[in-house]
Design a protein around this ligand. Structure first.
Ligand code: PCA
Length: 326
């Protein structure tokens, strides 16, 4: 690897008319989800694009599955320069700013098209927040729509009472509270074990994550709810970014734009594929019943009001901007 980089760096140096020497850089890119997940595969393709686009001046090594940093630690690792770049579900940081939870509000933007509009409405605010945290946003990709997993048939919120529920951010913990379940936060990389050992017995997530973690080994039902489409964000440390040449910045941004479009399409494609996979694994996969959906929508209205309260003027403005795009 090092030898290849040096060779590439050498070749590129010779090619430079000004003859300025430079050191080839290697960036580590922690990602929280399994290597076979579409976000991780997309990240690897992005990394290859950056290597080619910068003529080997910047190479990126992806560390999937939380192998370098667990999901919850990735953002801080980038901010503090422990790594140069990484991917994180920003809604996991609503304790820093409620605005980071804009993509996890129940039933606000429950389709891919709405998710893109909501993201466009929120992007300036998210970029400004990240800027204050020494982070540069490169691209963001939504997960497929979120549904509910259980190890029994569930037709109403009453059926959820006392169930141990795996959460992945504040919103999912709050959903558990409002449905009478018992939230426990578990990283996606750890959920197979959490379900196998009974630490958790339900969750809200995409078909993708259930499929990636083979949850049919422990769970029996997936109810399509289309509650929201949370996003993963690829961010780079701003001190590192400041040292990147303008040409390489442009190359990386072009790779990021491609990754954003490719990731969105992969998420769409993965939606049905993974629900079929859950069914093939033996799970019952079906839309949540009308009675349950009615109750969930009421809870969603409560959660939306709570989020708007917490996110203040910025939250309200981005939701208004999104609604104006409808
Ligand atoms: N998968 C991730 C976040 C949302 C999703 O669909 C998870 O369950 O952790």
């Amino acid at each position: 690897m090092r030898l290849t980089q040096n060779l590439m760096a050498g070749a590129a140096t010779v090619a430079l008319t000004a003859g300025t020497a430079f050191a080839a850089e290697k960036w580590d890119m922690p990602m929280a989800y399994s290597a076979s997940n579409f976000h991780s595969e997309n990240g690897v393709t992005f990394a290859e694009c950056v290597g080619a686009g910068t003529n080997g001046e910047i190479t990126i090594e992806v560390h999937a599955g939380g192998s370098l940093f667990a999901g919850a630690d990735i953002k801080r690792a980038i901010q503090t320069g422990q790594v140069q770049i990484g991917e994180r579900l920003l809604s996991g940081h609503q304790n820093e700013s409620a605005v980071f939870g804009f993509d996890s509000i129940p039933f606000l933007a429950p389709s891919f098209d709405d998710s893109v509009k909501l993201y466009n409405a929120a992007k300036p605010k998210i970029e400004a927040l990240l800027d204050e945290q020494n982070l540069e946003l490169l691209y963001a990709v939504p997960w497929p729509p979120q549904g509910l997993y259980f190890k029994k048939e569930v037709n109403s919120v009453a059926d959820m009472s006392g169930v141990k529920f795996r959460s992945y951010n504040n919103t999912t913990s709050r959903l558990a509270e409002l449905t009478g379940m018992l939230p426990v936060t578990v990283e996606a990389a750890e959920i197979s074990q959490a379900f196998a050992t009974g630490v958790a017995e339900s969750m809200v997530s995409s078909g993708a994550t259930g499929y990636d973690r083979k949850v049919w080994e422990s769970l029996t039902h997936f109810y399509e709810v289309d509650a929201w489409l949370p996003r993963n964000y690829v961010m780079v440390n701003q001190d590192v970014w400041a040292d990147v040449s303008d040409a390489n910045k442009a190359a990386i941004q072009a790779c990021a734009a491609e990754a954003e479009a490719r990731g969105l399409q992969a998420s769409k494609d993965y939606t049905q594929f993974t629900m079929d996979g859950l069914a093939a694994g033996g799970m019952t996969v079906q839309p949540a019943g009308d009675a349950l959906m009615g109750e969930l929508r009421e809870i969603g209205a409560t959660m939306t009001a709570e989020w708007l309260e917490a996110a203040g003027d910025d939250g309200k403005a981005l939701v208004d901007d999104f609604k104006a795009m409808q």
